[in-house]
Design a protein around this ligand. Structure first.
Ligand code: HAM
Length: 430
């Protein structure tokens, strides 16, 4: 687990702020769920690979609990209990830290952050398209351009396996292998329990992928011919992609028929987002129509996505070397020239802060010249210098650090001027 130093923390919070803004724009309301939940709840459908990586322990009450490895299980619990009577659709947003005992490496941490969106109550392609659109909007807001969506549909693979009578536990094992791109191993397991036709269909499907999705859909359709469930899954995927295209979402899409995800609750469209040069996903999600029911909530279709804030940060930094997030707004230093006017400096600082101006007051007892050079190093935009002589006439010196000009103005004027500059200055840059 890492410490985030101010610059990184600021970058993380900026992305979080954009994530909140996207939630607001789409009508997702935030819920805050606990960091620790019953192990069984979190582990139920997380998939073997993720289950092995959970932080599990016994609390003082003897309960088996775990740090959350994702939000979706907690949201499904919430919807199946406290929000069961809520009219549908329910749109929920969460942001916070998650814990997985992953091998620490580039972009893979044991504590990481997600912005998570769940759309609950609709089984229609519109809901899946909305989840894709949210992901696209958030990534665009963070300044990334070259990301692409890898899209598949677990209903295709599971449909074939179900028709072949492959048990769910075994299907899960196969999905885990496919998630790790171990297609030959998956086929080997199936050799004992599925028909040659099934193996042939899967072999064909594993080769079907590409950016021109209408061609890929056609090939998928041809491959799964005769498998009813799988065919309707392809139809569903086509409906979602059609909608994405009709809505002019401008998504960079790569459809992969053999794509699977490690989480076991998915029942429909699944996707991950990547940027070239980084082989780890920036986000992932999909449709999970049976999880809420599993937690006792009655049949409730749902679709969702989690975007990894840490990995978005890495991708942004990788694309803009030397770039750091900055507050572009006004940053003021109030600088008393001697001991006598210290109190006045603090008083004026408070007055400016009440007007919404960000003010630091000199606390190191530095001489004016040293304080000014330190201020320019720290990207202070304006310095208010308070000297006893000027103050006797109700005046202070206002120095513009950019053009190095300064003038003597009254205390009232300085407050109005800085307030004016503050309201005209831009918030932040991402
Ligand atoms: P996930 O694919 O396990 O999906 O995680 C989503 C994103 O979280 C990943 O794409 C990645 O950006 C980030 N992430 C995961 N593990 C790590 C790690 N060790 N270090 C840094 N970042 C990481 C889910 O969690 C599902 N709950 C998504 C979802 C929501 N599906 C439906 N609704």
């Amino acid at each position: 687990m890492r410490d985030l130093l101010p610059e990184e923390a600021e970058h993380m919070r900026l992305i979080e702020m954009e994530a909140r803004e996207v939630a607001r724009l789409y009508g997702y309301r935030e819920v805050i769920t606990p960091l620790i939940e019953h192990y069984e709840l979190l582990a139920a459908k997380i998939g073997e690979e993720n289950r092995k990586r959970m932080y599990v322990f016994e609390d003082l009450g003897g309960r088996r609990v775990a740090l959350r490895p994702e939000f979706t299980a907690s949201i499904a619990r919430l919807v199946s209990t406290k929000m069961v009577a809520e009219p549908k659709p329910i749109r929920l947003f969460s942001v916070g830290s998650l814990y997985r005992y992953d091998e620490p490496q580039f972009g893979r941490y044991r504590e990481f952050w997600q912005a998570n969106y769940e759309l609950i109550g609709s089984s229609r392609p519109e809901a899946d398209a909305e989840i894709l659109s949210i992901s696209n909007d958030l990534l665009r807001k963070t300044g990334l351009k070259d990301y692409y969506f890898k899209i598949g549909h677990v209903g295709v693979l599971r449909g074939i396996l179900s028709e072949e009578g492959v048990k769910e536990a075994e299907q899960n094992r196969i999905m885990q292998l496919l998630d790790k791109k171990m297609q030959d191993e998956a086929l080997n397991i199936l050799k004992k329990q599925a028909s040659e036709r099934c193996l042939e269909t899967l072999r064909r499907l594993f080769k079907v992928s590409g950016r021109e999705w209408s061609r890929v859909i056609k090939e998928m359709n041809a491959s799964v011919e005769g498998y009813e469930e799988a065919s309707s899954a392809v139809e569903n995927l086509e409906a979602i992609l059609n909608l994405v295209s009709d809505a002019k979402m401008d998504l960079n899409v790569r459809v992969e028929a053999g794509f699977a995800r490690g989480l076991e609750y998915y029942t429909g469209m699944i996707f991950e987002v990547y940027v070239p040069g980084m082989d780890i996903a920036l986000g992932g999600g999909g449709r999970y129509d049976r999880l809420i029911e599993l937690f006792g909530g009655g049949p409730t279709p749902a679709s969702g996505v989690a975007l990894g804030i840490d990995r978005i940060m890495l991708a942004v930094k990788g694309r803009r070397p030397g770039w750091t997030p900055t507050w572009e707004g006004l940053r003021v230093l109030v600088l008393p020239v001697n001991e006598e006017v210290k109190g006045k400096a603090m008083e004026l600082s408070s007055r400016l802060r009440e007007k919404g101006v960000a003010v630091e007051v000199e606390v190191m007892g530095r001489k004016v010249s040293r304080a000014l050079s330190d201020a320019s190093r720290r990207r202070i935009t304006h310095v208010v210098i308070i000297g006893p002589k000027e103050l006797r006439e109700g005046k202070v010196v206002l120095r513009d650090m950019k053009n190095k000009e300064q003038r003597t103005v009254t205390v009232d004027e300085v407050a109005d001027m800085l307030e004016g500059l503050q309201s005209g200055s831009s918030r932040i840059s991402l």
